[in-house]
Design a protein. Structure first.
Length: 356
């Protein structure tokens, strides 16, 4: 008799209807309820058919990995597979809500740290670190460029600032002495910024990318839900500005308990036929000398392209032209959302006619 009862229980387990976590989210979550991964397994159990046979209850344990663990009935018994599909894909409504709530949270003020690394044909290129402060429509971006390979050139920093529609840049001037310049041709022109306003990145969030729930983590006292795009190439890169090239190959983000994005990480790849300068120390020195003859100072990386091309032609230094595959990875960490920030026009800025 015990043997028959055990077989009956296992048979019921094998044929019972399986309900995925995604289906539970669809059945139980209201449109205004934030995504809370810690409650998913409890909701799953609440909707899972309860298996009862002769006063014996078969309990199905839920794991923290968004699925159910396989249950062993004992030695020499086959495994009763009760694990439903573990993949939880956000609905279009949920993705749009994340974008909307993130935009609202960052609308007033906050900060972001942007880190960008890239390579061409597998060779590391200069990396960028951007400390961003935003206060309404005013934004400040402190940019540090670190060349690769290390030692090929000195790191340099600049500062872009848009205040009340006016663009300012802190950059080396005559004698390599940094100074603030005010672009008199720029009015309400955010495109003057070398990097996009990080708040525009929320517009890239598209349900077409099929965001999958990966799990949870903790940071800064927050419980974060980790999301990953199963189809990152479906994301339009227009709102990512110059932070993405070609096609996205990866896109991940974490959101807090209010569905506000705390971090984004995305990677892109582009293959083009172009020309690449591989400068050695001697060539760099020669170009620098030619530029200074023409009254152009500052790091080579900060020199305008027309001036650089003129120096290249004068010295006979030519680029290597080949098929190039450029890959990049960007991480954006948001913080202090809604906390008042100060972004004001710099004192003593020198007027100049820039973009126009």
């Amino acid at each position: 008799m015990p043997t028959d009862l055990s077989n009956q229980i296992r048979s019921l387990i094998d044929v019972a209807e399986q309900v995925s976590a995604h289906e539970v989210l669809e059945r139980t979550r209201t449109t205004d309820t934030p995504i809370n991964p810690m409650k998913v397994s409890a909701r799953w159990r609440a909707h899972r058919p309860l298996l009862v046979a002769a006063s014996t209850i078969a309990l199905v344990g839920a794991s923290l990995g968004w699925g159910l663990s396989a249950m062993h009935s004992g030695p020499n018994h086959r495994v009763a597979r009760t694990t439903p599909p573990s993949r939880v894909i956000l609905t279009a409504t949920e993705v749009h809500r994340i974008a909307s709530r993130s935009t609202d949270a960052a609308a007033l003020s906050g900060t972001a740290q942007v880190t960008e690394t890239s390579s061409q044909n597998g060779t590391p290129q200069s990396s960028n670190s951007v400390a961003v402060t935003f206060d309404g429509t005013n934004i400040d971006e402190k940019i540090t460029v670190n060349p690769e390979p290390a030692g090929s050139a000195a790191s340099f920093a600049t500062d872009d600032r848009l205040v009340d529609g006016q663009f300012y840049i802190y950059t080396p001037g005559p004698g390599d002495v940094p100074e603030w310049l005010h672009d008199t041709n720029s009015t309400n022109d955010a495109s003057s910024m070398q990097f996009p306003d990080p708040r525009t990145l929320y517009a890239a969030l598209s349900p077409n990318a099929e965001f999958e729930v990966v799990g949870t983590s903790g940071a800064r006292g927050l419980t974060l839900t980790e999301l990953r795009a199963l189809d990152p190439a479906a994301i339009e890169t227009g709102s990512l500005g110059n932070l993405a090239q070609g096609t996205l190959t990866a896109f991940e983000m974490t959101i807090d308990e209010n569905d506000v994005v705390q971090q984004m990480t995305f990677a892109s790849s582009a293959t083009v036929h172009g020309c690449l300068f591989r400068l050695g120390a001697a060539e760099r020195k020669e170009l620098k000398a030619e530029l200074e003859k023409e009254g152009v100072t500052g790091p080579i990386e900060a020199v305008s392209l027309p001036a650089l091309h003129a120096a290249e032609n004068a010295t006979g230094i030519k680029p290597t032209c080949e098929v190039q595959t450029t890959t990049s990875q960007v991480t954006v960490d948001f913080a202090n959302l809604g906390v008042p920030q100060s972004v004001v026009a710099p004192q003593g800025a020198v007027d100049f006619a820039g973009k126009g």
